[in-house]
Structure formats: C-alpha cells, structure tokens
Ligand binder design. Sequence first.
Ligand code: ADP
Ligand code: MG
Length: 686
Amino acid sequence: MRPELLNPLFAEIEVLKGIGPAIAKPLAKLGLSRIVDLLFHLPTGLVHRQRVARLDDAVEGTIISVEVTPTEYRQSGVRGPFRVLAVDRDGDVLALTYFGGGGGYARKQLPLGVKKLVSGKLELYGQERQIVHPDYVIALEDGQQLPENEAIYPLSEGITSRRMGQLVAQAMPRAPDLAEWIEPSLLEKRGWPGWLAALKDIHQRPANSLARDRLAYDELFANQLALMLVRASSRRRRGMPLSGDGHLRDKLTLLYVLTGAQRRTIAEIEGDMAQQTPMVRLLQGDVGSGKTLVALHALLIAAECGAQGAMLAPTEILARQHYETLRAQLAGLPVNVAILTGRDKGRAREATLMGLADGSIHILVGTHAIFQEAVSYKKLALAVVDEQHRFGVAQRLLLTQKAESPPHLLVMTATPIPRTLTLTHYGEMDISRLDEMPPGRQPIDTRVLSVERLAEVVDGLARHIAAGGQGYWVCPLVEESETSDRAAAEARAAALKLRFGEKIGLVHGRMKGPDKDAVMQRFQEGELSILVATTVIEVGVDVPNATLMIIENAERFGLAQLHQLRGRVGRGAQHSVCLLLRGDALSETARARLALMRETNDGFRIAEEDLRLRGAGEILGVRQSGEAQFRLATPEHVTSLIQFATDDARLLVDRDGGLEEKRGKAARLALYLFERDAAVALIRSG
Ligand code: ADP
Ligand code: MG
C-alpha cells in the first residue's frame, strides 16, 4: 500500500479549482490525470516579459508588457477580428486583436478610457503595432501579478503555458516534503537540492540544472532500485541446479566450430545452470551471431538432467522456424521436441499437453501459449525467451515467480542495446554478449539511393531474380497507421507483380497467421523470389538465399530498425546487398542515420549512435512494453547518471535488503513516487 503521505500527489487532477471539461481534455491528451503528473510535467524554458514604458522602446517579435488606454473598438466585417485600439503614454497606437466571437470579452476586459496593463507578443500588422490575444490584461493596481518570467510548458491545443503554470502553482502545496533517499555524500558532491526544493525550483527556474538532475536521478534511482529488488528476490529463490553430463551435447553434429563468443557464453550459462539460484541471464547478440545454437546447448543441459526446457518466440512464424531448426539439429538424438502455439488445437494440442505433463516432451517451442495456465510441465527447468524486447520486466518476473521452483531464465535479444540502456532495462540480469560473428560472413554492401532511381532499382531486381536470387522489399509505416501501411505494401506488390508476376509475395501485419505462414513458406522454399513486406518481417526470419534487401523510404525508419531489417540478408556465405531508398526531403538526423548504415555493420555501434540521435524511448520499442519510460530523465541523464543510480541502488539493497533503515524507508517512498509499486512487494521481509 502506498504510504498516506503520498496520497495527495496521486489525487486526481480534478481536485484543483477550475478544471472544467474544456481544460480536462488537453490535460488528458498530455497524460496529466493526477497531481503528480502535473508536477512532473516540467517546463522547457522561460518567457521573459519585457516591461516597457512606451511602445517606441519595444522590439517587434518580443513579448512585452505596457500600459495602454483603449480608445476605440473596431469590428472588421461580420467574421473578421474584433480590434481594440489603444494608446500608450505618447499617444502611439497599439491594436489588441481578438479572433472569433463578437468582441464581448474584449469589451469587458478593455473598457474605453480605462488604462490597463497588457502583455503579449508585439507584432507589426502592416504599419500597425498589434498584440493578438494578449496573454494578460490587468488593472493597474494589480500590476504586480504579472510575472516578469513565466515558465513555458509542453502543451497541447486548448491549454496555455500560463494556465499550466497556474495549475502547477495550485498543485504544488499538495506535494509533501519527503525524507532524503539519496546517499548523503552523493548529494553533497553534486550540490543537489532536496526533492521538494528541486521540484519547486524547476517550475520557477526551468534552466536550473541542479534541480533537474536531481529529479532525473530520483527517477533513475527508483527504476534501478526496483530492478535490484527484482534481482535480489529472484536470487533468494531456490531453483533446480542442473549440471548436464554432456551425453546429448556430445552427440550434436555441427557443420562448423563454435565461435569464441559462443563458447564463452555457453560456459557462462553452464555455470549459471549448475547453481541452485536460478539463472537470470540476458544474451545479447546481433542478428546472425548464432544465438539459436547457444539456446540449444542450454536446452540440452536441461534435457541431459531429465528436466524440460521451453523456448518462447514472439511470433508464430518464428516459433515454427525455431521448431524446425531444433528438430533438424536434434535428428537422431533421443530428445523429443514439440511445438505449441495459439493455433494448435484439438487432438494435437491435447497430445502435446499430455507429453509435457508426463515429461515425454523434453523441449517445447512456442508462442505465449506455452506459459498459459492450462499448460503444466512435469519438470520445467529452463525458459528461453527469444527476441526479448516484447517481453518486459513484469513478464519476466511472472515467469520466474510462477513455478514452484523457478526455472532458469535465458533471454535472448537481437537488438544490440547500448550499455546504459542495458542497465535501465535489464539491470536485474546478468549479461552475455555474442560480439563475434561466425566466420565467413561477408559484410553487407549497403547503398543509399534516391527514390528517383526506382526504375533502375527495379531493373536490378529483374537481374537478381533472373539469376535465381531472392530478396525483400520493405515498405515503411505510412502516417503511423496500419491501414495505410498495408496499402503501401499492397500497392508496391501489385506494381511489381505487373512485371514479375507470381514471383512476388506479400506479407503484412493484418494477415491471418496461417496466410502469413503460407506466404513465408513459399518464400522459404524459393517459390517466391521477392517478398514485399511491412515491418512484420523485422524479427528473426531466416532465409539464407535471400541476398537483396530493398527498403523504401528508409529515412522513416530508426537506426535499430534498419539494422534489424538489413540483418535479414547476409545470412549465407553469398554476397548481400542492401539498398536504402530515400525520399528527397531528408532531415539532418535522417541523413546521419543513413550515412551510418552505409558505413558500418556493427550493431553495437549503431545502437550507441541510435541512442545519441533519437533518445532512449524509440530504440527498444519501449512504447509497446510501456516500461522504463522516464518522465524526468532525458537520454543524456540516463547516460550520465545511470551508473551512479545503479551502484547506489545495489549498495542499498546489499546493506539493507528489507529497506528498513532510515534511508531504506525513504527509498520506499521513491519507489511509490515513481510507481514502481510492484517492486515493493519483493522487498525482503523479516
Ligand atoms: P541469431 O543470433 O540471429 O538467432 P542464428 O542462431 O539464427 O542467429 O544463426 C545464424 C546462422 O548462423 C544460422 O544459419 C546458423 O546455423 C549459423 N551459425 C551459428 N553458429 C555458427 C558458427 N559458429 N559458425 C558458422 N555458422 C554458424
Ligand atoms: Mg534468432
């Protein structure tokens, strides 16, 4: 339960005065529904209102305040703006212009002959000075109400920075002072203010970096503390120590030798699995680095011990592909592999469920169905999760908490993740990196071409197809909409079909599973030469004969995504080409992205650059998973502060795992404040 002290922060925003439907809408749009949301909605800068005595002292285009006396009302046309002409002390004219409405409001605010203090952006309209919709119209005696500096907030239509500032001012007294959770020495070294002081200050002085950093640190600290609690909690659990004797692994016939990175990683996993503490390990390896084989070794260790292993894939297609790969590699070995997805029904499904329950199935591959209630294992000792980024902390936790004795967990991701983000997203896990590609892999030749050269590209495609080659043609998301996304791919496929006929296939996100699989299969079997696709093919599909990747409007993709897509080719020994077709209006960032793609195949380098260019949120698709989205911490904060926050959180959990001492208690507040409530349940008790 959240401590009562914090309740005022989590009250609905409606408790403030003056929140009518008109303002509730833009607030909701900004995601501001509670007091805490409002207080954490930080200003981006200040407007300075230059107080001038006379209009001649004012600079056009700046925000001023000046005393003027209204002299005349003008309504131009029925629909035209209502204008109040006013004069300053020299008799120079300022028009105060109001659009919409008949001027009733303006007349009330600006009675003729009554001097007022007005403030807003001074513009020139023809020869005339004007302020459109003044921000303030104030009686002279209330002049001190006019702030000289005013915070500027991120806005949406229907709310102004001024209004936002008023709401914040109203909300601020509800914020309680909280005990300090930051290590005193760190606080002192950085010169940071306390939590409440920082919060108050940042809304007054948005440029105060000490206050801003402090708040960012709080958020990062809470996140890391939550992860460290997850870590400590999973380490307290007793799992199944598995030391395989190698009798199955020895029988594996590999057509190649393991890379050094694969051997190192397998050894790390072996070491983990032999422990009673369940393994919680993240395996990072670029597309094609050979993660599947590492997973297979782990699964065989489980099987050697008479236990079961399950491998979770994010999509039906990938589940089937893994299933086929494993079956092929295990042919002749006494290991029973089965598949289970949402699509398996009826008798086949029953048989699989039975085999899992009686232990005759040793390895199960599937989609989320494999961890549903109805599925019970005789002795599940290892869970492998492929393509991690759709599988969040909460789900990982569920998995390790579910079983009586929790399975060892190996999470694999093909998204090379910058080091700092590894800490924020997977801080509770041990990390292995496959940072070495299998030998003989040729770098993919990447070229950036203007879309104006489409005809040439299609001619090149014709030669490629004629030579028996295969490839992908990826169409981007259009306007973030699934429908138009599909439409673009459909149109492209139709155009290509006119020339290449039935050699063209199409897959997109809206297709039903079986239909999609059927197309994929025809592509895999070489019946189709070109697969036109939306980004559904982004994850994991393996067709070694496909050596050409064409990405249309490549500038609309992020780096990580481009890298993932490009990774679909270059999987065999043949030379592969990636063509990035770009539109002509390129932003600076887009240009930099495409240049980097041309320059390197190194996923980890691309990931670091991606972080620099775009910010953390985009990289991992955290939008979907909804976690580790920081409200106060920017990517720069993550880079500069995450290590400190991680070390600090780890130290705290080591020293006071029950969070019972003074700082520990304060740290609990930070967890609640940043809504890491679930982690509180994991605090060691007693
Ligand atoms: P990913 O890490 O993307 O899942 P895969 O496991 O699918 O990569 O491996 C990519 C390809 O590399 C597969 O065809 C696999 O058989 C092959 N491969 C894996 N390990 C090696 C190795 N040590 N030497 C040569 N080829 C390998
Ligand atoms: Mg894979």
